[in-house]
Design a protein around this ligand. Structure first.
Ligand SMILES: Nc1ncnc2c1ncn2[C@@H]1O[C@H](COP(=O)(O)OP(=O)(O)OP(=O)(O)O)[C@@H](O)[C@H]1O
Length: 474
């Protein structure tokens, strides 16, 4: 993980390269640009920790760029580079709002000191355990928008505590990713981070998975097996899809949380556990409590702090930022050199409702990379079965949200081929997680299972869970 991301702006390519090598050696990530307009565009659409700008750059002066940056991003520290002959510039740049300046030719230690100080000044007020700068890290991973800054403020507030946190938000908004960031920013950062998807594990296996089992606990248990609580000892346990647990199992979890001990299956001695718990759900847990499917006492025990992850729709800056990241990632994965998005494609991405959120955006960009050779245009972005096209089911127009329509409605309105298409798409969205797919379509697990079998639909990830025997899972 880099210690900070710095934009270098100078039309002298050699200086940029030298700075990249120098800063890279001190753990910084750098991006080089050679003129004012490109720099401004980059700053508007990306998260950065600092900018290093020469006073003389093509198509606008360094000071003009500085002023624009201060207007757009007042908290972003800008360090100016001036020549010997232009020491008078130094006074001007400081007056204009630069956080520091360095004079060319510069000594390496001066550059590093200036960057370090700039970052410290701007990060003051948010010191974190574990060395992770939450705000910077979240912007880097989730996008440059104000919404992410608010999210970072919540994470900063709770990360250093041992509070249990409930992460709620639509599917694919990044709840798992956020759980990892909370762990990384906590005093437990160097201890294990263990993830358990309660939606992917059959209820009958939950107990042994979470609490472990003793040798001889059941046929085939020929050795002791530690559960996820034990594996997360002194670290963090992230329980995804907590709303999926039966009421009976919720009671067992409540006991563990109250007593801070676990009882492995077949064991007769409770073992102490020291684990920080994070849980996630894409259902509204308070509604589940009202409906009687989630225990109220467990809800209050878990809900020491809650964070709501915003949906992707409407966050146009984040959409384009993430799409760009996924373009770079997919280019690498496929050995392609697709250079960017056309204006039309950008508009399509910004205006789509993204019911599957970041997960869906990532898949759409990956597909587009496969279909495109130079630039991604609207034609390459396939939102087909989730979008309304002539003759196809208008899933989005039904409500704009996956959760709000049921498979029954779709069946009534459409043919079997549409049903097949919807199932394939939802299974892809949930990365083969059938329990999640069932919830999204508001049908029970058995129905999904039967339908998938009927249409012969499978997903690579399904095969893994499907073919698992008890001993595989253990
Ligand atoms: N900020 C992000 N950057 C890169 N990929 C992301 C980001 N957020 C989400 N993803 C992608 O979307 C997928 C879903 O993310 P994640 O599992 O964190 O979401 P979630 O809210 O927990 O979803 P669910 O409720 O369906 O479990 C991930 O596999 C990842 O590929």
């Amino acid at each position: 993980m880099s210690v900070g991301k710095v934009l270098l702006v100078d039309d002298d390519h050699e200086i940029c390269q030298m700075l990249s090598v120098l800063l890279g050696a001190h753990g910084y990530e750098t991006v080089e640009v050679y003129d004012g307009h490109t720099a401004l565009n980059f700053i508007q659409h990306n998260w950065l920790d600092a900018v290093l700008v020469d006073v003389q750059i093509p198509n606008m002066s360094g000071i003009e760029l500085l002023k624009q940056v201060l207007y757009e991003k007042p908290d972003l520290p800008v360090i100016m580079m001036t020549g010997y002959a232009g020491v008078a510039d130094a006074v001007a740049v400081m007056k204009a709002g630069a956080i520091d300046y360095i004079v060319k030719p510069f000594r390496h230690e001066h550059v590093i000191r200036a960057i370090r100080c700039a970052l410290q000044v701007c990060r003051l007020g948010c010191p974190l355990e574990g060395g992770l700068q939450v705000e910077s890290e979240l912007h880097k991973r989730m996008g440059p928008s104000q919404t992410i800054s608010h999210l970072a403020a919540d994470v900063r507030r709770v990360a250093h505590t041992d509070f249990t946190v409930v992460l709620q938000g639509e599917t694919g908004t990044g709840k798992s990713l956020l759980a990892k960031v909370i762990h990384e920013a906590s005093p437990r950062a160097k201890q294990p981070f263990v993830v358990m998807d309660c939606g992917a594990i059959p209820e009958t296996l939950l107990e042994s998975e979470l609490f472990g089992y003793e040798k001889g606990a059941f046929t085939g248990a020929n050795r002791y097996k530690a559960g996820q609580f034990k594996l997360a000892q002194q670290g963090t346990l992230f329980l995804d899809e907590i709303g999926n647990m039966s009421l009976a199992f919720q009671m067992k979890l409540l006991c563990v949380l109250q007593e801070k001990t676990i009882l492995p299956l077949g064991g007769n001695k409770r073992l102490p556990v020291d684990v920080r718990l994070l849980v996630a759900s894409n259902q509204d847990l308070s509604r589940a409590v009202a409906e009687g499917t989630f225990r109220e006492d467990l809800y209050y025990r878990l809900n020491e702090f809650s964070i709501y992850l915003p949906a992707l729709r409407g966050r146009s800056k984040d959409i384009l930022y993430l799409a760009e990241n996924f373009r770079i990632e997919s280019n690498k994965d496929t050995n392609k050199t697709v250079s960017g998005f056309s204006k039309g494609a950008e508009n399509l991405l910004k205006n789509y409702s993204w019911p599957g959120n970041v997960r869906q955006l990532r898949m759409a960009v990956r597909r587009a990379i496969l279909l495109s050779d130079e630039v991604i245009t609207e034609e390459h972005i396939q939102l087909h079965s989730l979008n309304s096209k002539k003759g196809e089911v208008e899933i989005i127009s039904l409500s704009g949200q996956y959760e709000d329509f049921s498979l029954k409605d779709i069946i009534r309105k459409n043919t079997e081929s549409v049903e097949r298409k919807v199932l394939t798409e939802v299974l892809e969205l949930t990365q083969g997680n059938k329990a999640k797919a069932a919830r999204l379509l508001q049908v029970d697990y058995k129905t999904i299972h039967t339908k998938l079998k009927k249409y012969g639909i499978s997903h690579p990830c399904c095969a893994v869970t499907e073919n698992k025997t008890i001993s595989d899972i253990f």
